[in-house]
Design a protein around this ligand. Structure first.
Ligand code: ATP
Ligand code: MG
Length: 493
């Protein structure tokens, strides 16, 4: 097969010419070739060099420097015989062809220089063993020693060597199999899948970072439920995400059953993926009902309830993130906020949609209101079409109201028109309970719409509440005008 037409990036020409001068065989391999054949974008280019890869990459960087005036910075790892540089938004890596041998009982392979075929052999799945020549005479020709092209056509993830051995060497490959299946919507070959089931227990030895990388890629796939169902079917889920396993199952009492929260969660995640939700909104979807097992009760006459699962769930997020070594940053806070607020638009849509309820929601969600609405809409998964239609309809009303209120009151980044500092200064009081009371009541009044979002009305209200609380009007202003205390009587000076 000739793929020269698809190797249009000028970089490939540069590699070809440098390899010609140095007389070394060089191939683009692995994921890049797979994605080239699938016509998917691929930001990293891996090249295998049968010989001195570092020397060749130096030559290429110099050439890029001559042509563009900007020589890429080459990172070299002599002990691994690898080097890499960034160019034109691409991460380009050169590796000397190598063969790996594992001694039983040891995870660390012995690595020695090898042929192209030996290099392709050590890779994880047949679809990742394809190589395309970048040398002058054979430019664009495909090498496919392990049936990778067939598997691409059959849309199958298959280990081209003994899968038990491969997974024992590196258990991450089991997760990679499922992640690729989910990203590409491929099947997993039955023998390969059976080996994942057999080796599932080894998954515990992987580092949190490696698991998290795969999980993020899986979550970002077009239909992530597929990947999660495979993780579950293969028996990998309890070890990496026990909270999700706990969502599984339906309990029935007195003729009343609740829905399977695992199925439901995955459906919500798929909806968010379909709506192009980003990684963090997808995490929020995955975790939105995570506390349902912990909060489940059976209460007659209602049946199953999950009181406060949104608050308990939000509190579970930091522990889960910590386990995956995901930083506790603004993304985590976003996920917590989404989990905590996820029911609010639904509750709102169940009732008559009042301005003040919408204003409160916009105030609490702030700039994330759009994403919260996406999540809430995704959360409607009832089998009852009529119910779904009714909710959808009410959401349209909620969204219209949000827009109206935004334009009218600009609540989104709302700061109460009278601040704590104003209150303290006017009444001449230190930070205390009264300041909080006045502030909250003004905020509530604005959100309820009983006063407008403006300073004059808020100021009048402050005076009124101050009076109720027995504060002395204008006391602070008088103090500010009084002569300063003599230096000797000032405390701590
Ligand atoms: P993606 O870039 O989408 O994560 P990829 O297949 O390109 O997928 P990389 O991690 O970029 O994955 O690795 C490049 C190539 O290296 C793979 O195509 C595969 O041939 C090989 N490879 C990567 N990880 C492993 C592994 N754990 N075991 C065996 N081979 C691997
Ligand atoms: Mg890659």
């Amino acid at each position: 097969m000739d793929l020269s037409e698809r190797l249009r990036h000028p970089l490939f020409g540069l590699i070809r010419d440098a390899a010609e001068r140095k007389k070394i065989p060089v191939y683009v391999v692995g994921g890049y070739v797979r994605d080239l054949l699938l016509r998917r974008p691929s930001p990293d280019i891996d090249c295998t060099v049968v010989g001195d890869g570092i020397g060749l990459s130096r030559e290429i960087c110099r050439e890029i420097g001559r042509e563009t005036g900007e020589e890429p910075r080459l990172q070299v790892f002599p002990e691994f015989g690898t080097s890499r540089f960034r160019h034109d938004g691409l991460e380009v890596e050169f590796v000397g062809a190598r063969k790996e041998t594992y001694t039983p009982g040891s995870r660390k392979p012995q690595v020695e220089p090898g042929s192209l075929e030996e290099d392709l052999m050590r890779r994880d799945f047949s679809i990742n063993t394809l190589a395309v020549s970048l040398n002058q005479k054979t430019f664009g020709q495909l090498t496919d020693p392990f049936g990778g092209l067939d598997d691409l056509e059959r849309q199958t993830i298959r280990s081209h060597r003994d899968p038990d051995q491969s997974f024992a060497e590196d258990p991450l490959r089991m997760l990679r199999a499922i992640r690729f299946a989910s990203q590409l919507y491929f099947d997993i070959d039955p023998d390969t899948f059976a080996a994942i089931e057999r080796n599932a227990a080894c998954i515990g030895t992987l580092s949190a970072e490696r698991i998290r990388d795969e999980l993020d890629k899986l979550i970002l796939s077009p239909k992530p439920s597929y990947g999660f169902k495979l993780l579950d079917a293969a028996g990998l889920l309890p070890a990496i995400f026990p909270e999700l396993t706990a969502l599984k199952g339906v309990e029935k009492r007195n003729g009343k059953a609740h829905k399977d929260n695992f199925e439901h969660t995955l459906e919500v995640l798929d909806h968010v993926a379909y709506a192009q939700g980003d990684l963090w909104l997808r995490w929020a979807a995955l975790l939105h009902d995570i506390a349902k097992p912990r909060t489940k009760r059976f209460e007659e006459p209602k049946g199953w309830t999950f009181h406060s699962h949104e608050f308990v769930g939000a509190k579970m997020v930091p522990g889960i993130f910590r386990r995956f070594k995901i930083p506790a940053d603004e993304h985590m806070r976003f996920v917590m906020k989404m989990v905590e607020l996820h029911l609010r638009p639904i509750i709102l849509a169940e009732d008559i949609v009042t301005d003040s309820a919408v204003r409160r929601l916009v105030f609490e969600a702030g700039n994330d209101i759009g994403e919260l609405m996406t999540l809430a809409k995704a959360d409607i998964t009832s089998k009852n079409r009529e119910k779904v239609a009714r909710y959808r309809n009410n959401f349209v009303i909620v969204e219209r109201k949000i827009k109206e209120i935004e334009e009218k009151d600009r609540i989104r980044n709302f700061q109460p028109p009278v601040s704590g500092a104003d209150i303290m200064e006017y009444f001449g009081i230190p930070p205390c309970r009264e300041v909080g009371i006045i502030k909250d009541r003004i905020k509530d009044a604005v959100l309820d719409g009983s006063i407008g979002n403006d300073r004059e009305q808020a100021w009048a209200m402050m005076l009124r509440i101050g009076k109720e609380l027995g504060l002395k009007e204008g006391a602070g202003l008088q103090a500010a005008q009084a002569p300063p205390l003599p230096p000797a009587s000032r405390p701590s000076e």
